[in-house]
Design a protein around this ligand. Structure first.
Ligand code: ARG
Length: 548
């Protein structure tokens, strides 16, 4: 049940009658009443009348019988206090519905979410962690709201490094097990240092790239082997993280190789490419560097190889054309913001991205260490995801608590900001943390172990009951806001507030010791709180064990 929407719909006609045109009632939850509208204040100047007078007129004209009491307050706010009857009715409807009263999207969209995107034969690092966690929360949320979600894992599985990796694989081949990769990072580093220090190896690597790109069977086979091994490792990380990305979601850069020549041909035919120092570049209008010069998007490099941007352009075409995406989201760190803006601008110029398809870069900030700089190991290396997960598990009592703590710490702040990675803070059982939510959920579950009564029909009475009821009814707006803005922290913040409100209710209102009817109603509130927490945590990808 979306009470803001209900009040909006009731106030809108009254406002329109007074103003002579449609006016947004701008109904918001408020500490001064249940909800508040400041629309009369906004209208005052236009109508040249005192805002309180306008507010009084709107209050008199609005049909709020059985829904809310309305008063004019302060300079001209409309304070709306819901009737207990409406609250009871709304809660009962939510309780009777497995979706807690949140209707499935009437106009579902096909939403392609590009997230995780690690690079083959390289360790995943913490930047991929953020993409994986945020992208997965969004995928779960859109899914649950009834959209058709297509998860795309745009693996870095192509390009010049594969020349050296394959050559190194051939060099290290042992007679019994064929080709051994072992520790991927060490493998990559060994190949890299040979590449940097050995002319012969470097030459072989370059030739190998050419062979791979022209489809040489042995090169392809060895490349496949590297990719498969990496995919296995990534899937293992996804499983540990409890994210919904699976083997079918891999759609790496290599998938688009056959389309790249077409991308260049298409852009050339439309006069969108300019040669610059031997490279073919697009210059979408409005993008300039620090010196004011137009910024190039390199589509084909001077050596004839295709760049990262060419692949992303081919991917846009594929997602619009083949996947029929209504919406495309790129969950990638902020440093790639301009890249995506330029890719999307060029795709639009080329007619590959129609106005009907919405595309957006969902950026996020960095994870910082205690020193306020990018998170590094003590030795100054980038932190490997697997090591981080190992450490989390060794610090907490149970893996589902540790992993959830990391995920929740990532999801609970505005994704655009940086955040400091702090074990003590994220594992704390107080504050806006994963363990706090898990404790709150488990605590409610434990109430039901002590009684054979089930949840009864809710009738709110005490202020603490009413507060909890209103918090419960805030679930739908929170989920919708998280979805509309692609901001999981809206939902996280809501869940934390709900858990805190429950805790106050539980201090003030005895449940099992209350008289029969009140007890059953309070059990009803407790049950709905547990279900709301459970659903919300599920949407964020946070486990909700019944017992901790
Ligand atoms: N592999 C890239 C990286 O590690 C991320 C891929 C993001 N997705 C995309 N369509 N470019 O930075």
């Amino acid at each position: 049940m979306n009470l803001e929407e209900l009040l909006h719909d009731k106030l809108a006609p009254a406002l329109e009658a007074v103003a002579g045109h449609p006016v947004d009632p701008a109904v918001r939850a408020s500490p001064h009443a249940d909800f508040q509208s400041g629309a009369a204040l906004a209208l005052a100047r236009e109508l040249g009348r005192p805002p309180r007078e306008i507010a009084a007129e709107v209050a008199a004209a609005a049909d709020l019988a059985g829904i809310a009491d309305v008063t004019v307050s302060g300079p001209g706010f409309l304070n709306l206090t819901l009737t207990d009857e409406l609250i009871d009715r709304s809660l009962r409807a939510a309780a009777a519905d497995s979706r807690l009263g949140v209707a499935v999207e009437r106009k579902p969209e096909r939403i392609v979410i590009d997230y995780s995107g690690p690079n083959v034969a390289k360790e995943m690092h913490v930047g991929h962690l953020r993409s994986t966690i945020i992208g997965d929360a969004l995928a779960r949320t859109y899914d649950w709201l009834g959209h058709e979600v297509v998860r795309v894992n745009h693996l870095g599985d192509w390009g010049t490094p594969f020349g050296m990796l394959i050559e190194h694989l051939l060099d290290t081949a042992t007679s019994d097990d064929g080709h051994s990769i072992g520790d991927l990072t060490a493998f990559y580093q060994a190949a890299r240092s040979k590449f940097d220090g050995d002319d012969d190896f470097r030459t072989r690597s370059r030739l190998r790239v050419v062979a791979l790109q022209s489809g040489d069977p042995l090169s392809r086979e060895l490349w496949r082997k590297l990719v498969t091994q990496s995919e296995r490792y990534f899937l293992d990380v996804y499983q540990r993280l409890g994210v919904t990305l699976g083997p079918d979601d891999f759609a790496g850069e290599s998938r688009y190789q056959d389309d790249l020549a077409g991308v260049v041909a298409g852009l050339t035919a439309q006069g969108l490419l300019v040669e610059s120092d031997g490279a073919l570049c697009a210059f979408p209008p409005g993008f300039t560097g620090r010196d004011g010069a137009p910024l190039p998007l390199i589509v084909r490099k001077a050596d004839g190889g295709f760049g990262y941007a060419a692949t992303d352009l081919a991917a846009v075409r594929h997602r619009v054309g083949k996947l029929a995406a209504d919406r495309m989201l790129y969950v990638v760190g902020t440093p790639q913001r301009v890249h995506f803006q330029m890719v999307l601008a060029v795709a639009r110029q080329a007619g590959w991205l129609p106005d009907s398809a919405h595309a957006e870069h969902i950026g996020f900030g960095s994870i910082l260490g205690a020193d306020g700089k990018m998170l590094k190991t003590r030795a100054g290396d980038t932190v490997k995801l697997a090591d981080l997960l190992d450490e989390a598990e060794s610090r907490a009592t149970a893996p589902e608590i540790a992993i959830s703590a990391i995920k929740y710490a990532d999801l609970s702040g505005d994704r655009r900001g940086d955040y400091t990675f702090d074990w003590d803070r994220m594992l704390a059982i107080t504050g806006n943390t994963g363990p706090y939510l898990q404790m709150a959920y488990a605590r409610i579950c434990s109430i039901f172990w002590k009684t054979d009564r089930g949840p009864g029909v809710v009738t709110v009475g005490e202020p603490a009951e009413r507060d909890l009821a209103l918090a419960l009814l805030g679930f739908e707006p929170a989920v919708r806001a998280a979805a509309a803005l692609a901001e999981p922290h809206r939902l996280a913040g809501y869940l934390h507030g709900l858990a805190a409100t429950f805790s106050t209710f539980y201090e003030k209102c005895p449940v099992l010791k209350a008289g029969d009817q009140v007890r059953d109603s309070r059990l009803g509130l407790a049950d709905l709180t547990a279900r709301t927490l459970h659903t919300g945590m599920f949407l964020l990808g946070i486990e909700a064990p019944e017992q901790i």
